[in-house]
Write a protein that binds this ligand. Structure first.
Ligand code: HEC
Ligand code: HEC
Length: 332
């Protein structure tokens, strides 16, 4: 708690006075991942979860896997503005990275799922994503040559249930942790890991450009929901968080996405309306368009061309260029 207050004071400080040297910026290393008491890690469970994640058996016509929309080499996104599900149905939202998903406080861009276990069963049953009934899926898994044995070694029981399937997938997802970017190396002492442009960009990020008000902490997210005044999407297009809370002030607000792996997750925003990081920076520089409920922290910044370039270099220093997997599984 004391640390929280301290961090808050520091970030407010950054808000008022632009940061003059990198040392005034707080670096928070990625914490150790924790596994819930009712779903502890085991190698057998992680292996089962990995196999399930990449297996199209999870969808109604065995054509779509979780990895169809969350590809490891694209920082676990799919490169499309809006994802495409079973029978080529186009969804309404952009696929988020699931790197560091084990640290998220809520899941989905509107935060409607509370845990990875709860989240995992939702795309499977969704008519546009995988359109599979859980009953049928259990039968398919029971008659599969590998899964019976894998479930048994993961759960010491022959019973295959949707809950166990979700627990295995969630366990696998919790192993997808990043933390070896140029930015991390820089703060661990390798002062050459980041270019001087990226270091200037880091100061801008926490100072003049105000990014760290929302993109804060080790994952560059405050875990909150904001309406940033996107040009492409009038609020009535997708009400975002309001769908969950029914609060008018949440209209058009979405979860602050983490920024690790950000180079490889293009296109950007919940609707994929911005194609490149350059476009994202231009967007923030202009301060978005007027929207009901728009965050007061989004307003014109007035960056020079060089400053925009510095900010871009900093964002690049947060990406491991698709190398994140499988190098980054933390020690258990
Ligand atoms: C057809 C494409 C598609 C498939 C298949 C799919 N996802 Fe997703 N996934 C998405 C999209 C799009 C979102 C964001 C949706 C939203 O916020 O409403 C998402 C969100 C998520 C999130 C939340 C991430 C966050 O930061 O909040 C997780 C975790 C996730 N998916 C895991 C999975 C798992 C596990 C499977 C397989 C059981 C799966 N996905 C199958 C497209 C897909
Ligand atoms: C008021 C809080 C807030 C501030 C300030 C803010 N962001 Fe964001 N950022 C968000 C939210 C919320 C989203 C998701 C919006 C959406 O999808 O509709 C987002 C999305 C992004 C994305 C796209 C991520 C993705 O995976 O699609 C990038 C990149 C980004 N912000 C970078 C920045 C930079 C750089 C700055 C500073 C110039 C900044 N943000 C300032 C809240 C904020």
């Amino acid at each position: 708690m004391i640390l929280r207050i301290f961090t808050l004071i520091i970030s407010l400080n950054c808000l008022i006075a632009p940061v003059n040297n990198a040392e005034a910026i707080i670096f928070e290393p990625i914490p150790e991942i924790t596994y819930p008491d009712n779903n502890p890690w085991s190698k057998a469970k992680e292996d089962l979860g990995r196999k399930l994640f990449f297996d199209p058996i999870l969808s109604g016509d065995n054509s779509v896997s979780c990895s169809s929309c969350h590809l490891p080499e694209k920082s676990w996104t799919d490169g499309l503005p809006q994802s495409v599900g079973i029978r080529k149905q186009v969804l309404t939202r952009n696929s988020p990275s699931i790197l560091n998903a084990g640290f998220q406080k809520t899941l989905f861009l509107d935060g409607r799922a509370k845990s990875l276990e709860e989240q995992a069963l939702m795309p499977i049953q969704d008519k546009s994503e995988m359109d599979q009934s859980l009953g049928e899926l259990m039968e398919e898994l029971e008659s599969h040559p590998d899964y019976r044995a894998m479930f048994e070694s993961a759960f010491s029981s022959l019973k295959i249930t949707p809950e166990r399937l979700a627990m295995a997938i969630a366990t696998f997802e919790r192993t997808l942790v990043t933390g070896n970017t140029a930015y991390d190396l820089y703060w661990r002492g390798d002062k050459n890991a980041m270019s001087s442009a990226a270091i200037r960009g880091m100061r801008l990020f926490s100072g003049k450009a105000k990014c760290s008000i929302c993109h804060s902490g080790p994952f560059f997210t405050d875990h909150q929901f904001h309406n940033i005044g996107l040009t492409g999407s009038e609020n009535e297009g997708d009400e975002g968080r309001k769908k969950v809370t029914k609060e008018a002030f949440h209209d058009g607000s979405f979860k602050t996405p983490g920024l690790r792996g950000i180079v490889s997750t293009a296109p950007y925003m919940h609707d994929g309306s911005l194609s490149t990081l350059k476009e994202v920076i231009e967007f923030y520089d202009l301060g978005g368009v007027a929207r009901k409920g728009k965050s007061p922290f989004i307003s014109p910044i007035g960056m020079s061309g060089n400053e925009k370039n510095d900010l871009l270099e900093f964002l690049k220093a947060l990406d491991e260029n698709g190398e994140a997997y499988p190098l980054l599984t933390q020690e258990k």
